[in-house]
Design a protein around this ligand. Structure first.
Ligand code: GZL
Length: 307
């Protein structure tokens, strides 16, 4: 297919190799880059032939890529759905072509769970909850209003929907927490900076920023410093991911707390690919292990971080 970059570990004939077609969201963040590397390295390691495509965060490009994998008669299709809705038609085409599908990273809202074999990824509601829990603890005993602005991930994506929900459910317990502005920064630094500049212009007294990923938080830090305020001090910042640049900002005191979202799904994905290809049953849901980091913890682990 025209849009398939065809990169990956296709070394020679290897006719008995499993051929995996993977449609990636894009290259929007440090998390995504690490996720792509994990998938490519693990496919090589497992001797799986990987056909890989980058959709530049556009659903129609992912649908085109999946259709091209169906035409190429790959053994298995895996993808990270950029948004939750609009997948049933193309997933039915894969099912009719008898090509099993594995979801990674983000979920779809299809009610027909026969359309994919398993979904491996984080629990984003839990991630939002962890962010909210930290904030509640941070402001325990305080009574004055806490003005919060929120940089949401890609509109319609599972991480954006669920991180917003998890966080909102926790802070709803105390009326002093007020989300005074909430808008998408599309998981990118550039958009995060742009939206934070607008937030700062419209709201003179922001106490907290909750950003759905490190990259938007890092963009927001540039905007906060540009407005003559100290990130991590004048405005407390909570982000999600824990990629290297985010962890550095945490260690430097510009971010206050990071909820980890592991991008290293490659090894488990290849294991699931092999099992599904062999016709073995696999769990419908595989949840990734992940933790949280304070500024002190970031300083300690920074040297050993893989991404
Ligand atoms: C989460 C993943 C999100 C990351 C962002 O699993 O889908 O997309 O949190 C990335 O950094 O862009």
């Amino acid at each position: 297919g025209g849009d398939d970059s065809g990169s990956g570990s296709d070394s020679g004939s290897g006719s008995d190799k499993i051929v995996l077609g993977f449609s990636q969201v894009g290259a929007e963040s440090g998390w995504r880059t690490a996720n792509t590397k994990s998938i490519q390295d693990s496919a090589k390691e497992a001797g799986i032939e990987l056909k890989f495509s980058d959709a530049q965060q556009k659903q129609e490009n992912q649908i085109k890529a999946i259709r091209s994998y169906i035409q190429q008669k790959v053994d298995i299709i895996a993808f990270s759905p950029v948004v939750e809705s609009g997948w049933d038609t193309v997933l039915k085409e894969a099912k009719d072509a008898k090509i099993p599908v594995i979801l990674t990273d983000r979920a779809v809202d299809s009610t027909d769970t026969s359309l994919y074999k398993t979904f491996i990824g984080s629990d984003f509601v839990e991630e939002g909850k962890k962010a909210g829990d930290w904030l509640v603890k941070e402001y325990t005993g305080k009574t004055e209003t806490v003005n919060i602005v929120e940089l949401q991930g890609t509109t319609g994506s599972a991480p954006a929907n669920d991180r917003k929900k998890g966080f909102g459910d926790v802070i709803a317990a105390d009326p002093k927490f007020k989300v005074i502005a909430s808008q998408t920064g599309d998981f990118t630094r550039a958009k995060g900076k742009e939206v934070m500049e607008a937030f700062l212009k419209a709201n003179p007294d922001i106490d907290v920023l909750y950003a759905h990923n490190d990259d938007m938080g890092l963009g927001a830090i540039e905007a906060i410093e540009g407005a003559g305020k100290k990130p991590g001090v004048d405005i407390k910042i909570i982000t999600v991911d824990a990629v290297k640049d985010g962890m550095q900002a945490l260690a430097d005191g510009k971010i206050n707390y990071i909820v980890e979202c592991s991008p290293l799904l490659g090894p488990q994905l290849m294991d699931l690919v092999e099992k599904v290809h062999a016709g073995e049953t696999v769990p419908a849901r595989v949840v990734t292990e992940e933790t949280t980091f304070t500024q002190e913890q970031a300083k300690a682990v920074l040297p050993s971080r893989q991404y």
